[in-house]
Design a protein around this ligand. Structure first.
Ligand code: ATP
Length: 386
């Protein structure tokens, strides 16, 4: 096992495009780190530089304190699991798993190979399938064979490039927990690329959010969710995404299109001398005021809304409330939407209510929210001020 350290790592492709712009990162021995970000942000490039499949234009990459910039992939002792599994169709599951050991000619005896393959196959519940060919396996089983091949080498670190993206939603969920369990059992340093929110938030000790080849924030999943450093991270992490409303300060009040919020000390400090901010509130900061006990109501603000659409999903009820955004923040929010591949919804408030809430489309409802959960972002820089 090994730590991975990057100092000012840069990747400029031969056509002059700089995909990775000076990354500093320290991944501890045994840590599970997720690289996440919209398409084209440079996450695969970064992973491929760790493995050695892309050379490093500038900066320094260290694995276990050794500079590996000029080291060939096979000498880095890392195991990579690809999106398309890269299995050999003519080999059995057993031989696919054994392959990296046979490749290291003479290093392992047949008995050692057999022991390692069987240990991996038991861990991955592949014992019954060892004699099958990949064509006769399900997607999830193929993925497990690919992981088996990584495990047998007992490499210093595992690198995953969107390993679950070819699986259907149910299997993804299952494999996600298997990967989490496996990583905990083996405690091997792991770097995992995904654009899937749930994978990012559930698998990693820490998550690194990338944009245009730069780190926006690297923190625990909870840290990213509760204290995003800027609009981009706030909008990228969380599903449905954080609501962004224009907020205008007049006297002691922050006016938004849906609710007027009395300023408290925390908000005043964050505001400084600004009179316009982008207010961010997560869908789960709201409640149906009618279902709240009276003593809890007093801890927040209650305000009326016209509900346009509702979605009942069993465990949660989403209600959508349209609002007019403000010209002064429209450009910034449109820029954010482009950055997020259009994932955002910027002209309707999304609230996540208790599934027992009777609120339905067309209703006028009283919503409640806790102002201490509100974020304020600078409309120019996008920085989180709170
Ligand atoms: P995705 O989620 O779509 O796989 P990504 O975040 O993994 O995206 P990369 O594959 O690392 O992104 O690519 C980062 C940027 O570098 C993209 O803009 C891509 O077009 C560019 N790029 C990748 N490979 C090359 C190359 N060989 N030559 C020039 N540019 C490249």
């Amino acid at each position: 096992m090994a730590s991975i350290t990057m100092n000012n790592v840069v990747k400029t492709y031969p056509d002059g495009f700089t995909a990775v712009k000076g990354i500093d990162m320290e991944i501890a021995d045994g840590e599970f780190v997720i690289l996440v970000g919209p398409s084209g942000c440079g996450k695969s490039t970064l992973l491929r530089m760790i493995v050695g499949l892309e050379d490093i234009t500038d900066g320094e990459m260290r694995i276990a304190d050794e500079v590996v910039n000029d080291k060939a992939p096979r000498d880095r002792d890392l195991a990579m699991v690809f999106q398309n599994y890269a299995l050999y169709p003519h080999l059995t599951v057993y031989e696919n798993i054994a392959f990296p050991l046979r490749l290291a000619k003479g290093k392992f005896t047949d008995q050692e190979i057999d022991e390692r393959v069987r240990r991996a196959s038991t861990l991955l519940e592949l014992d019954e399938h060892l004699e099958r060919k990949p064509a006769n396996l399900s997607g999830g089983q193929r993925q497990r064979v690919a992981m088996g091949r990584a495990i047998v080498r007992q490499a210093q670190a595992f690198l995953f490039d969107e390993p679950l993206s070819n699986l259907d939603a149910k299997l993804r969920g299952q494999m996600r927990t298997e990967i989490a369990r496996l990583q905990r059992t083996l405690a091997t340093t792991t770097v995992y690329v995904t654009h899937d929110q749930t994978e990012a938030m559930t698998l990693g000790d820490r998550v690194c959010v990338l944009r245009h080849g730069e780190i926006q924030q690297m923190a625990s999943p909870r840290g990213l969710y509760e204290q995003p450093v800027n609009l981009f991270v706030a909008g990228f992490i969380g599903s449905p995404p954080m609501n962004f409303l224009p907020g205008e300060v007049q006297g002691g009040t922050l006016h938004t299109p849906v609710v007027d919020i009395p300023l408290d000390d925390r908000m005043r400090r964050a505001l400084g001398d600004r009179s316009l901010v982008i207010v961010g509130v997560r869908p789960d900061a709201f409640e149906d005021a009618d279902t709240l006990p009276a003593q809890d109501r007093d801890k927040g603000l209650t305000f009326p809304v016209d509900v346009d659409v509702t979605e009942w999903l069993g465990e949660v009820l989403y209600a959508y409330i349209p609002f007019e955004t403000h010209d002064a923040v429209r450009d910034k929010l449109e820029e954010l939407d482009r950055d997020l591949d259009g994932e955002g919804m910027r002209t309707q408030l999304v609230v996540a209510l208790d599934s027992l809430s009777p609120v339905r489309a067309g209703d006028t409802a009283d919503l409640w929210f806790d102002p201490s959960k509100l974020h304020m972002f600078d409309p120019e820089t996008g920085d989180n001020l709170t």
